[in-house]
Design a protein around this ligand. Structure first.
Ligand code: NAD
Ligand code: DAU
Length: 337
């Protein structure tokens, strides 16, 4: 089997690439990534010399190059992780989110349509459903009510993917997952930011009252779900993926502080995120019932594994948070990290 993965140098993409090559010894995997600030080839260092993995630096929005690549490689499936993924950045500058997340997905869909790619798997997010009140959870039938430019761009991509299934009869599948955490997550997202700040003795900025709720999933459980959707999923279907670990942000932050034996006085309540979604919760009964998925790592185990990984890979995150990376980042993006 030949897979073409996009965004495979990012957090979830690199975990997925490693999972697939570990699980399928015969796999041929082409990994396409633009290497934005979030893409990091260090995540794939363990694959050096592995001929089953080929890395290609490319923007998914470069439609001519993408069409040539998909036409030449003729993969059995394309798995699209490539995206701008951080909500706060989308509030500061939405344009690149539309370019990559919507037009980039369109460029991939067109290339797959022309090449007759057998399966297109779109990695979506629960944020497209908007925000929940105190009770209930998102099902695949919940209306799309995105509240941030990031979520709106991902909803736009989902609509395009669905439309290519209906209009051109392509086998397209969409997954919508809740908040991931684990190794290789860029330290701008809640858990790695708080964890590395706590390890450095720096303040932990909690937005608003800290009572917003997210449903946390350890990244390898997400990767196993995606593998199942690729192997056994149905054309045109949407699969919600969630960890059944609803926590307030304050609970998450306090768990991290306790795990690294840092003082709770590091917590700082700061101005809230505009349009901040109050609560996410995912109903993944379709994935469990139809494809037999069960998460293997509970929140306590996942946090312990994550803390251990960040402690053991200090050079990975220190380089990102260091002056060297800041200089590169500020030059590229004209904005402070
Ligand atoms: P990430 O920001 O860590 O990685 C994104 C990767 O995409 C990076 O390697 C980056 O270089 C690459 N990329 C960005 N623009 C590109 C372009 N134009 N062309 C090619 N490559 C490009 O993101 P992540 O957290 O790993 O998320 C991966 C996917 O999963 C995204 O589609 C995101 O919407 C989705 N998702 C994330 C979460 C989560 O909790 N992190 C949850 C559900 C869904
Ligand atoms: O639900 C899936 C989504 O989860 C993915 O689609 C996104 O790509 C991913 O970034 C994530 O979005 P969130 O906005 O939920 O994640 P983030 O880590 O940015 O924030 C999690 C919660 O923590 C949110 O309520 C905002 C809060 N927060 C975040 C940061 C960075 C803080 O209180 N302080 C912070 O400094």
């Amino acid at each position: 089997m030949k897979l073409l993965v996009t965004g495979g140098a990012g957090f979830i993409g690199s975990n997925f690439v490693l999972h697939m090559l570990r699980t399928y010894p015969e796999l041929d995997l082409v990994n396409v990534d633009k290497l934005t600030y979030a893409g990091n080839l260090e995540n794939l260092k363990s694959l050096e010399g592995d001929k089953r993995h080929r890395f290609i630096k490319l923007d998914i929005g470069d439609s001519a190059a993408i069409e040539r690549l998909v036409g030449a490689e003729l993969p059995d499936a394309v798995v699209n992780f490539a995206a701008e993924s951080h909500v706060d950045r989308s509030i500061e500058g939405p344009e690149v989110f539309l370019r990559t997340n919507v037009l980039g997905t369109l460029s991939l869909l067109e290339a797959c349509r022309k090449a007759g790619t057998p399966v297109f798997l779109q990695i979506g997010t629960d944020e497209v459903y908007g925000s929940l009140g105190e009770a209930g959870s998102f099902t695949e039938q919940s209306p799309l009510q995105p509240n941030s430019p990031y979520a709106a761009s991902k909803a736009g991509a989902d609509h395009l993917v669905r439309a290519y299934g209906k209009t051109y009869g392509m086998d397209v599948r969409i997954t919508r997952c809740s908040n991931n955490y684990g190794p290789f997550q860029f330290p701008e997202k809640l858990i790695p930011l708080m964890l590395t700040n706590a390890l450095e003795g720096r303040p932990l900025p909690v937005y608003g009252d800290g009572l917003n709720v997210r449903d946390w999933i350890f990244v390898t459980d997400h990767c196993r779900a995606l593998d199942l959707v690729l192997q056994k999923g149905k054309p045109g279907e949407i699969y919600n993926i969630g960890g059944v670990a609803e926590k307030t942000n304050l609970e998450v932050v306090k768990t991290i502080l306790a795990a690294v034996e840092a003082d709770q006085s590091l917590i700082r309540f700061v101005e809230d995120r505009p349009g901040h979604d109050r609560r996410y919760a995912i109903d993944s009964s379709r994935l469990r019932g139809e494809l037999g998925w069960v998460p293997e790592v509970d929140f306590g185990q996942g946090i312990a594994l994550t803390v251990r990984w960040y402690r053991e890979h200090e050079s990975w995150w220190r380089r990102i948070k260091s002056g060297e990376y800041r200089q590169y980042y500020e030059k590229m993006y004209g904005k402070r990290l």
